[in-house]
Design a protein around this ligand. Structure first.
Ligand SMILES: *Cc1c(COP(=O)(O)O)cnc(C)c1O
Length: 420
């Protein structure tokens, strides 16, 4: 089935009411038939609903649908993109171990990896996403994950996905890829050999800036990579916190199973059923929206490239762009609504951002309304100069998240904002 069709139907079987829209199961808990039924659910002898911190029928549809769209076999919804990223790493690494991650990352991910996880004893070792060979000098027997973004936010680079996957597979390391910006409509990393995809559902998935959420998706091939792999002993040895369960032996996708049984159980950052429902609504139109976002962004990038005040434009599908080869290979349908451009200074950038009328000054992306941001003064303000340079953020850089307004109206707004 095509993704466009899965987006409307995957994961939902109508109940006796024949409800066309997926129902919102707004509930904390579920009644068991009897004590034996309850015991069977807890022992995984039978699968079913226990408590909404572990599973929920509305969230289940969101998970199954996103899994289908990403070409995966299981998914786990979370209360934010950050919690999805945290769970993906916490599911693989513990104190004394390390992860390798691309330097070009979302600001929150940089601080999570570089500061918060450090306090948990997990070391993040950064490499330039364009230099997969750097992995050879960073990897050791304590490495537990390789993390990168398909389209990086905010630097808008396109990862050399196959080269990074090949490196990871040579060392038997799980790859975790943030596919928030590309979405499965533009790129399906699991089909390129990536093991785990994570998303912020707060962006293109909801599509209208309605709710914070996240999701992780597991590939079918991930189980084999975890099995008997000395890097992932905790998937292969009995878990004393779950009566000796060995995750790879259950016959269910082990990465998602462990994330649900251990991490959701103990940390509990689950989406509300209502938010899962909003994400389901968003997915229905995702493929149409991504096509339009991408087309308008390309036209705006072409306009900006001709503008005398603009020093450089960063949109991966411009032939002048350093990511053009990767973008043509991995993003043939479009490169999303995210683009950035650079003017001469911090001050000029501030002036332009303040003058736009149709673009809203918002630290978000992926809304159907167009957004403008100045990363150096907002999302990346907490990074030091060195971290800024590594994240590919210049002082005069302006980032646009091109929405679904008429393209010419957006260009007209930029024309007036760029005037002296
Ligand atoms: C927004 C974003 C996140 C964080 O997601 P939240 O839902 O805001 O927690 C992670 N990665 C990328 C690429 C993002 O754009």
């Amino acid at each position: 089935m095509e993704l466009q069709t899965q987006a409307l139907h995957a994961g939902y079987t109508k109940d006796a009411q024949g409800t066309m829209a997926v129902p919102i199961y707004q509930t904390t808990a579920y009644e068991f038939r009897d004590v034996e039924h309850a015991a069977n659910l807890f022992a995984l002898k039978e699968l079913g609903n226990i408590y909404t911190r572990l599973n929920n029928p509305t969230t289940d549809v969101f998970e199954k649908r996103m899994a289908a769209m990403e070409g995966g076999i299981a998914a786990l919804g979370t209360s934010s993109g950050m919690s999805a990223i945290f769970y993906a790493i916490a599911n693989l690494a513990q104190a004394g171990e390390n992860i390798l991650c691309a330097s070009q990352l979302y600001g929150g991910t940089v601080t999570l990896f570089g500061h918060t996880l450090k306090r948990f004893g997990i070391e993040a070792r950064f490499f330039d996403v364009h230099n997969p060979d750097a992995i050879d000098s960073l990897v050791d027997d304590k490495t537990r994950a390789i993390f990168f973004e398909t389209i990086t936010n905010p630097s808008i680079d396109v990862a050399p996905i196959e080269a990074l996957v090949a490196k990871a597979n040579r060392y038997g390391i799980i790859t975790v890829v943030d596919n928030t910006v590309a979405t499965p409509v533009l790129c399906r990393p699991l089909e390129l050999g990536v093991d785990i995809v994570v998303h912020s559902a707060s962006k293109y998935t909801t599509g209208q800036g309605l709710a914070i959420g996240g999701i992780m998706v597991e590939a079918a091939h991930t189980a084999a990579k975890l099995t008997q792999n000395p890097r992932y002993a905790h998937f292969n040895e009995p878990d004393s916190s779950y009566h000796g369960l060995v995750y790879v032996d259950v016959g269910l996708p082990p990465f998602s199973l462990r994330a649900r049984l251990a991490l959701l159980r103990d940390i509990g950052a689950v989406p509300s059923p209502f938010n899962s429902w909003l994400f389901i609504q968003g997915l229905e139109t995702l493929s149409l929206r991504m096509r339009q976002h991408s087309q308008s962004a390309l036209e705006i990038a072409q306009f900006l490239e001709q503008h005398p005040k603009v020093k450089r434009v960063n949109y991966p599908l411009l032939p002048s762009n350093k990511n053009y080869a990767n973008a043509s290979r991995y993003l043939p349908k479009g490169a999303s609504g995210l683009l950035s451009f650079e003017v001469d200074s911090f001050e000029t950038a501030k002036r332009i951002v303040d003058k736009t009328a149709l673009f809203s000054l918002v630290v978000n992306i992926g809304d159907s309304k167009s957004i403008i941001t100045h990363p150096a003064s907002t999302t990346h303000q907490q990074l030091n100069t060195q971290e800024l340079a590594k994240a590919g953020v210049a002082a005069g850089m302006i980032r646009l998240s091109v929405g679904l307004e008429a393209t010419q109206d957006l260009i007209d707004d930029l024309v007036q904002a760029l005037k002296d």
